[in-house]
Design a protein around this ligand. Sequence first.
Ligand SMILES: NC(=O)c1ccc[n+]([C@@H]2O[C@H](COP(=O)([O-])OP(=O)(O)OC[C@H]3O[C@@H](n4cnc5c(N)ncnc54)[C@H](O)[C@@H]3O)[C@@H](O)[C@H]2O)c1
Ligand SMILES: O=P(O)(O)OC[C@H](O)CO
Length: 337
Amino acid sequence: MRIAVLGAGAWGTALAISAARRQGSSVVLWARDHEQAAAMQQARENRRYLAGLPFPAPLQVVSGSLGTVVAGDQAPDLVVIGSPMAALRGMLATLRDVRVPVAWLCKGFEAPQADGTGGLLGHEIRAQVAPGLLAGVLSGPSFAQEVARGQPTALVAASEHEVVREALVAAFHSPSLRVYANDDIVGVEVGGAVKNVLAIATGLCDGLDLGLNARAALVTRGLAEMTRLGLALGARADTFMGLSGLGDLVLTATGDLSRNRRVGQLLAQGLSLQQAIDSLGHVAEGVYSARTVVQRARALGVEMPISEGVVALLEGKLAPAQAVATLMGRDPKVEAL
Ligand SMILES: NC(=O)c1ccc[n+]([C@@H]2O[C@H](COP(=O)([O-])OP(=O)(O)OC[C@H]3O[C@@H](n4cnc5c(N)ncnc54)[C@H](O)[C@@H]3O)[C@@H](O)[C@H]2O)c1
Ligand SMILES: O=P(O)(O)OC[C@H](O)CO
């Protein structure tokens, strides 16, 4: 199977490595920076984002025109977009006439655009800019380093199109990487987006040394608010008990490899948001999605107090300790969704 992965950040590179280990696969990894592509092709590793993890022989790094990568004699059977959420709209518009399955890896809501549009999940952007594309998302609990090392991982391939789900399973399922199929792309995308915002909250909680009870409370009530938003957007409830809901929330909210969790920890130490972002060297999507999560929830009449607290923190309207006090000071309520 021929696979093109567009975007050579940590996650695009990790999945390209993983797919290239499979018998009979050939993988092209596209980097937008020509010099970075040449350096990776020569070093046979991505020293910037995944140092020390060598590329298997069937992985070739290229740059230049995307049109050339996705068309011609060596056209791929599957195109995977490995960019952050901020670049997804442009990528999908460029790929709108591609006839093979296309999947994105980014997790988040698009930030609002200057012209008042935006604030959408990936499948909503696809419906706007590339309605004819056979497309979906590959999501679930997965740190890039562990996948690149071949450590056991389970992902979820979500799409309304069966051919897309099947292509993702065929490309990535392996003895170390299980890929489950799910037709609830709304639920899978809501899970992937909201868990990043919640991980900022648990990072803050742990950075302030509030204890394990507090973290468990945030994860549990965070899952409830993620589910409420998903149901209001048309998702199925059981999706939130799966890999992209509970699974990715537990991983990101508790795993020290998470960049979103790290943002919360750094804010708790007194760093400004900009200092926290600069120190990561990778994208932390929760920072850019949080406000949209809350705006979409408010528009639907969905209560999301933890996400509201994260937004107030990111916007500098509440100090870390005040954000916690605001959450704990809410009126008593019945335990329910
Ligand atoms: N790293 C992980 O463990 C992981 C796991 C699952 C999902 N994800 C998701 O995958 C997405 C990418 O994450 P990452 O860890 O690879 O990020 P990263 O910060 O490691 O790399 C981002 C890559 O995207 C490129 N990029 C940035 N803006 C771009 C643009 N406008 N057009 C094209 N390319 C652009 C950068 O050059 C870089 O190569 C995010 O949405 C993230 O939430 C990451
Ligand atoms: O490092 P994070 O916080 O972006 O999380 C990475 C993955 O999404 C975990 O599944």
